[in-house]
Write a protein that binds this ligand. Structure first.
Ligand code: ADP
Ligand code: ZN
Length: 738
């Protein structure tokens, strides 16, 4: 590892007995002073300190404050056996905490989300090369031995060895029985298998090669810069940014690839392995606790060169981070919507600027924020305009629903039915896209007009026929579908209104009795793993018709898919969200990108009642830059992000009157905001006025781009004590308004 910004050279060292300041993961609201233990302690060290009757995890954060009776200060109990936090990591946590108005304690918690950091690792079983040759040499056995011979002396966990060799575990077991591979034990948390940057380089197309060379040059030069890699789906963005990863590894620095959780598939990890000859460290919700700790520690020690992870991987303790890739950078899931509210894309840029690292933001449909930053020259921009190899972009057309003869409670138009029938005859896949989970979004009593709502939220209950219940999509509460109307008591009059994917699947099954139909909806899989397995099965041809919600839009490859039908293209055009048009545009273009990814040209149909709507026309016409320019102009005029700044303040509590009272008090005393020229809107009931029994009131602050918003917000929002039972949360750059 280089002497990067995380090097130890500029660190303060505290001799035994010196007063140091410690930030703990406990919400005490301030730094605590302790004495350096025997042997002293380095600034940034992870330590265990006594706090009341307990011992808690903390980090040494500079010299202590002093100014009181030193005899009462306790010494640090123990230095935890992990590398000290780098100064750049400290700076990142501090600056992100200031930006998002988050306490340092909460920031430290984000950075230490690995279980068992304080306990020394246990032992684990590993396999090594024994002596001799197997009785019978097979191809599979040869592969296992080749992996072991490539890494002399190294111990592999059994699963790791069979995965790397690409054999079943029984092949490895067979070799163990013969003593050709021997079992041993070593402490857990071993380094990851070294990656070889020159292992499996692909031949790149001219376009790809040019883009890769540009990124490689930036990595080679070092320092911070952000590049927007905008490439149509299937253009090979992954292959291109993996070259930037390769150069980072060559320089001995660490790399991080962020993906939306759902895109973290085996397929992706296999591609990384094909390129570098070893699997990366993984960090996401599907990783076991033990693996999480190993990942955290190895990132800190330099035993992990590349981490592939979900947004929280941004808080891993990299010692020398050289590159962050944010794949599918426009994806809404990068915004953390509870706990610490942050946008992982923006925080990736912050972290990289502190670590002197490069950022690559990859997308086929970038966010307006990134587009505007490129336009303003803050980001570089590289475009990949063609699909790799023979694959072509799909044709797009509208189906004007005003002209289609539709029966009641039917949503697939006759034109769409014909198209699907043709694909089935040719052995190709079709996808019907509808961004609505469940069976029907609304259950209505035909006798009295009552709509069934959630008991704890102001939201309608959505019928889910698979589980035979009504579900609240806000809080997750569910109840059986009643026989009689809870309002008027009349029996047998409750009717589902409108389609969800489950209902669409029912219609599809009726119309195509011979088709193999697969539904892809986040709530229909038992686990993330099961879902991934399902996606892979579908990709290999295991379905004729795929019915999907927005999760199908996220970066999966369906090579047999040639038809995409958007069932209700108008759905995303409604709603008061300032990003409605942007999201609709991105989502439909992403879904469209699933069609015809390999050899056959794809076709996309949008069912719409408004074929002349500007967003629908922009999607159909493919005039992307035109769309972005128009959208940018509209936001500019409105002073909306990214041309102005916003913050959402949500107050919530069990007593509606008390929540409003505090909100009105804040609105009356908004001097700190008017001083910076900011405008305050509200208080108003939040779009979802009640969640889990808590009444929610929101205020919205709008300010000029250059205004010192955070300082003013802090002064204003915390001017008075927040009454008990009321919660206040501040959402800087809010993405959704719920
Ligand atoms: P994107 O991320 O832009 O949608 P991918 O990187 O997933 O595109 O590439 C699409 C497909 O084309 C993948 O299956 C990938 O392996 C393949 N591909 C892209 N570039 C190359 C290349 N230079 N050589 C071989 N296969 C490639
Ligand atoms: Zn609810």
């Amino acid at each position: 590892m280089q002497n990067g910004p995380g090097s130890m050279t500029d660190r303060q060292y505290f001799d035994e007995g010196a007063l140091v300041s410690v930030l703990t993961v406990e919400p005490v609201g301030r730094f605590l002073d302790y004495l350096a233990p025997e042997g002293g302690v380095i600034d940034g060290a992870y330590v265990e300190v006594p706090l009341g009757p307990r011992k808690v995890l903390g980090v040494v954060w500079g010299p202590g404050e002093g100014g009181y009776d030193l005899a009462k200060v306790k010494p640090i109990a123990r230095i935890v056996d992990v590398p000290a936090m780098s100064m750049s990591m400290r700076e990142f946590l501090e600056r992100m905490g200031e930006y998002t108005i988050t306490s340092k304690t909460s920031m430290l918690r984000l950075a230490t989300r690995a279980p068992g950091l304080m306990v020394p690792p246990g032992m684990q079983k590993v396999l090594r090369r024994g002596i001799g040759e197997p009785d019978r040499m097979t191809d599979a056995r040869r592969r296992v031995l080749a992996v072991l011979d490539d890494h002399p002396g190294m111990g592999f966990r059994p699963g790791e060895l069979s995965a790397l060799a690409g054999v079943t575990s029984s092949v490895v077991t067979g070799l163990v029985k013969q003593g050709i591979v021997v079992e041993g034990a070593e402490p857990k948390d071993q380094p990851y298998v070294r990656m070889d940057p020159d292992y499996g380089a692909k031949d790149l197309s001219d376009d790809q090669g040019g883009a890769a060379a540009e990124l490689v040059a930036r990595v080679a030069k070092g320092g911070y810069a952000t590049t927007l890699l905008k490439g149509v789906t299937g253009s090979g963005k992954t292959e291109v940014y993996l070259e930037a990863v390769a150069e980072t590894l060559r320089k001995g620095r660490q790399a991080l690839v962020l993906l939306p959780e759902i895109a973290l598939t085996v397929e992706f990890l296999n591609r990384v392995e094909d390129r570098f000859g070893a699997r990366p460290a993984e960090w996401h919700s599907g990783v076991t606790m033990g693996e999480r700790r190993r990942c955290w520690k190895m990132v800190a020690e330099g035993g992990a060169q590349l981490v592939v992870g979900a947004r929280s991987a941004l808080f891993l303790p990299f010692q020398d981070l050289g590159l962050i890739v944010v794949d599918e950078e426009h994806d809404g899931s990068y915004k953390q919507e509870d706990g610490v509210l942050y946008h992982a894309r923006d925080m990736a840029v912050l972290r990289a600027s502190i670590d002197q690292a490069q950022v690559v933001l990859a997308s086929a449909t970038p966010s307006l924020e990134s587009w505007a930053n490129a336009e303003a020259g803050k980001y570089h921009r590289i475009d990949l305009t063609e699909r790799f190899g023979a694959a072509e972009m799909p044709d797009m057309a509208a189906i004007d629903m005003r002209d289609e003869p539709m029966e009641v409670n039917r949503w697939i138009s006759p034109t769409m039915v014909d198209e699907i029938t043709r694909r089935m005859a040719d052995g190709e896949q079709s996808l019907l896209f509808l961004n609505r989970r469940g069976f029907a979004p609304l259950t209505l009593c035909r006798a009295c007009g009552h709509q069934i709502g959630c008991d704890d939220c102001d939201a309608r209950m959505v019928e889910h026929r698979f589980i035979k219940r009504l579900v609240c999509h806000q809080c997750g509460a569910s109840k059986p579908i009643p026989e009689t109307c809870p309002s008027c008591g009349v029996e047998g009059k409750l009717a589902p209104i409108g389609p969800g994917v489950e209902r669409l699947a029912e219609e599809t099954a009726e119309r195509f009795p011979d088709a193999r139909i697969a539904i892809l909806s986040s709530d229909l899989a038992d686990s993330a793993r099961a879902l991934k397995a399902r996606i892979e099965e579908i990709a290999s041809g295991g379905a004729d018709i795929i019915i999907g919600t927005q999760m199908v839009a996220k970066g999966h490859n369906f090579p047999h898919l040639t038809l995409v039908g958007v069932v209700d293209a108008d759905l995303g055009l409604q709603g008061g969200d300032l990003r409605a048009a942007e999201k609709c545009f991105q989502l439909i273009r992403q879904v469209a990108g699933r069609a015809g990814r390999v050899e056959k040209k794809g076709q996309v149909y949008l069912q719409t009642h408004q074929p002349d709507h500007p967003v629908i026309k922009a999607i159909l016409g493919g005039d992307e830059e035109g769309f972005w320019k128009a959208e940018a102009e509209a936001r500019h005029r409105a002073g909306a992000p990214p041309y102005g700044r916003m913050a959402g303040i949500i107050l919530s509590g069990p007593d509606e009157a008390a929540v409003y009272e505090h909100a009105r008090m804040l609105a009356r005393n908004a001097g700190a905001l008017t001083q910076i020229g900011a405008q305050l809107f509200g208080p108003a009931a939040a779009p979802i006025a009640r969640i889990r029994g808590r009444h929610r009131v929101r205020l919205l602050v709008k300010a000029d781009k250059g205004a010192p918003l955070q300082a003013a917000l802090r002064k204003w929002a915390y001017q008075a004590k927040i009454p008990p039972k009321i919660r206040l949360s501040i959402d800087i750059d809010p993405q959704s308004f719920y």
